[in-house]
Design a protein around this ligand. Structure first.
Ligand SMILES: NC(=O)c1ccc[n+]([C@@H]2O[C@H](COP(=O)([O-])OP(=O)(O)OC[C@H]3O[C@@H](n4cnc5c(N)ncnc54)[C@H](OP(=O)(O)O)[C@@H]3O)[C@@H](O)[C@H]2O)c1
Length: 282
């Protein structure tokens, strides 16, 4: 296979394929980045389109267009693990098909040191029969999680998890910053953070990951015991507490405004899950 794009991710991918004993060619816009991999046994690809299986990892999809240029892709399989929007991925699949090739899209869920390590996995979308033909190769990078024929889906799953990752960790940052103003060290607070993350993903009364999913699936958001109205008052206090402490509060305040909108739309008596109905209709 040919690995196209040798940033931190692509370089580690090429290294991992080499370690697994595959015949690997490498291509990068800045050619000098191929050298460390050639020293480890990779071949120089003549162009970005040189190979039957192109494993692409670049900054975005425009880089793929720039790299392939006018090349024909007849019979080639391109597996692109770069980030983009779902629509960009769908358009890229049509572009590749127009040149005779097939695009498999992917979102890889680990940073470079995790590639090929236990627990690593990627979301893949596109034609499953084509992916299956290359599964034995791609498994070197980590587990294969196929999410559907729609080429946009791999990125939608990837971005959905990044959203949860960034927003929950940013909330932890606000919390740590506020507590620090009262002399509480982040490590003193850490056990409570860990417990909260565990409980949110668990099955108990605080198992809100499951509760939210089930409520959204059912389309009902019972809130008799902890209504959105009650939580709106609570988040108002949180925003004021952050301001009192003299720390940044734009993101918590945006949350407060979102809750407020859901309540203003007449659903304050429902549970927190009802906020998703406002998210769905901006
Ligand atoms: N790093 C992570 O932790 C991580 C985790 C999951 C997914 N990802 C995704 O993996 C992809 C690669 O990430 P990365 O961290 O390796 O580095 P990156 O900075 O996102 O991408 C660097 C690569 O893109 C190439 N490139 C940029 N513009 C180009 C263009 N116009 N034409 C041709 N090549 C171009 C660079 O070539 P030059 O060397 O010539 O500049 C280099 O090979 C990204 O889409 C990223 O979102 C990253």
């Amino acid at each position: 296979m040919t690995v196209v794009g040798l940033g931190p991710m692509g370089s580690k991918m090429a290294e991992t394929f080499l370690g697994a004993g595959f015949d690997v060619a490498v291509w990068n816009r800045t050619a000098s980045k191929t050298e460390p991999l050639v020293a480890r046994g990779a071949r120089h690809a003549a162009s970005a389109a040189d190979g039957d299986l192109l494993v692409i990892s670049q900054i975005g999809y425009q880089a793929m267009y720039d790299s392939l240029g006018e090349a024909r892709l007849d019979g080639k399989v391109l597996v692109n693990l770069s980030s983009g929007t779902p629509e960009e991925l769908r358009a890229a699949a049509r572009w590749v098909a127009g040149r005779g090739g097939t695009l498999i899209t992917a979102g890889i869920m680990v940073p470079p040191p995790g590639i090929g390590q236990p627990g690593a996995y990627s979301f893949y979308s596109g034609p499953k029969d084509v992916l299956d033909r290359h599964a034995a190769t791609l498994e070197s990078l980590g587990g294969i999680t196929y999410v559907g024929a729609d080429e946009g889906l791999a990125m939608m799953y990837y971005q959905s998890l990044l959203l949860i990752f960034w927003s929950s960790l940013t909330s932890q940052m606000h919390a740590m910053a506020m507590l620090r103003t009262a002399g509480v060290s982040p490590l003193e607070f850490l056990p409570f953070v860990r417990e909260t993350f565990t409980q949110l993903g668990g099955d108990g009364v605080m198992g809100f990951a499951t509760i939210l999913a089930e409520e959204f699936a059912a389309g009902t958001y019972p809130g008799e015991l902890n209504s959105l109205d009650m939580q709106l008052a609570g988040i108002g206090h949180v925003v004021h507490a952050l301001r009192e402490a003299g720390v940044e509060s734009t993101v918590p305040d945006a949350l407060r405004r979102l809750f407020e909108r859901a309540a203003a739309e007449g659903r304050g008596h429902e549970g927190l899950g009802t906020v998703i109905e406002s998210i769905r209709k901006p």
